[in-house]
Design a protein around this ligand. Structure first.
Ligand code: SF4
Ligand code: SF4
Ligand code: FES
Length: 334
């Protein structure tokens, strides 16, 4: 296929459709990475066709394989049925709940720092690339998935929304945040830098902070923290009773004994205390002193690190309480 040097994958598909095969089916609209229509796979990874420049690929002598996105039924060629994707997006309440009925007499100003908390999540164009690559969704099609969960944090983290606990309770249900396997494929593949896995981590941290911790996943995470701050190590033998409860732990005694016979279960007593346990405790204290609990404590991935640098420059960390998600902004001066 001859194409101009500037051609992207979408241009090449247009040329194929115009000159070779008018039946080729794919979606497109904006051609500028805004509408989210042209998600597909190139060499097995989800991409936006209008974002992928073809020249470097041609220069490398590579012939890419183009296919439809994963985790959604293929309708024709590169077109998938996105109903499962939209169903999950629609399950997240899509309006702000400010917690008051009357319009305030005074204007309520939301600072840039407060909006920075949800800056990445608000960039989502709903292309479905993250869902296409989600390993949890492949195993459990009912898993809410990265895009809907990122949308969930877009509201939980919004300072104007006061329905955090209600939202977190919903997102903590079966097939919710704790079913993510943390494979990070969604962060890797999102063409807009939304980093949905980070949003899920923020939802988890915010759930624990707000006491929405009935799910096994939350209990598991809490035990990790407790275990490492007390002994510097993860006390694995206590993980099952602490996470699943005593009755479930008793039911698994046979399995535990088999593991113990193979030397795969360390004896619970005396607990294994790390030589440098004071370091783990000091680290925990340091994090506590920063006052960045809940969603603000999550710093993951290079996009997130970039954002923290930005907020450092803007002096936002010195004003940490001001950017707590869900906390009403201080009254405007004057
Ligand atoms: S999070 Fe990223 S990959 Fe997923 S739908 Fe939104 S923009 Fe697309
Ligand atoms: S990190 Fe979680 S949500 Fe993202 S792709 Fe992996 S399993 Fe899916
Ligand atoms: S055509 Fe709109 S994002 Fe590619």
């Amino acid at each position: 296929m001859d194409a101009p040097e500037w051609a992207c994958l979408l241009d090449v598909l247009d040329l194929i459709k115009d000159k070779h095969d008018g039946t080729l089916a794919y979606r497109k609209s904006c051609r500028m990475m805004i509408c989210g229509s042209c998600g597909m796979r190139m060499d097995g990874r989800a991409v936006l066709a209008c974002k992928e420049r073809m020249k470097p690929i041609v220069d490398a002598g590579h012939v890419p394989v183009i296919s439809a996105m994963g985790n959604m039924p293929v309708l024709k060629d590169l077109v998938v049925d996105m109903s499962p994707f939209w169903g999950k997006i629609r399950s997240v309440k899509p309006w702000l709940d400010p917690g008051y009925d009357e319009v305030a007499e005074k204007e309520r100003i939301v600072s840039q720092q407060q909006m920075n908390v949800i800056h990445k999540e608000a960039l989502c164009i709903m292309c479905g690339c993250c869902v296409s690559e989600c390993n949890s969704m492949e195993a459990d099609p009912d898993f809410m998935g990265p895009a809907a969960l990122a949308k969930g944090f877009r509201f939980v983290g919004d300072a104007r929304d006061q329905a955090d606990v209600e939202r977190l309770n919903t997102l903590n249900e079966e097939h919710g945040i704790w079913d993510c396997t943390r494979c990070y494929f969604c962060n890797e593949r999102c063409p807009k830098g939304v980093d949905p896995r980070d949003a899920i981590a923020k939802l988890g941290a915010e759930s624990v902070k707000q006491g929405v911790d009935h799910d096994m996943g939350a209990k598991h995470a809490k035990w990790f923290i407790r275990s490492t701050e007390t002994t510097g190590w993860l006390r694995e033998t206590e993980l099952v009773p602490k996470t699943q409860g005593i009755i479930e732990a008793i039911k698994q005694t046979g399995f535990a004994l088999k593991l113990a016979r193979k030397g795969k279960v360390p004896p619970p007593f005396p607990p294994h205390v790390a030589a440098d346990v004071k370091e783990a405790r000091a680290l925990r204290e340091l994090v506590g002193e920063q006052g960045r609990d809940g969603a603000l404590g999550i710093v993951q991935g290079e996009h997130a690190l970039g954002r923290i640098e930005f907020t450092e420059e803007a002096g936002a960390r010195e004003n940490a309480p001001e950017i707590q998600p869900g906390v009403e902004p201080p009254p405007a001066e004057g």
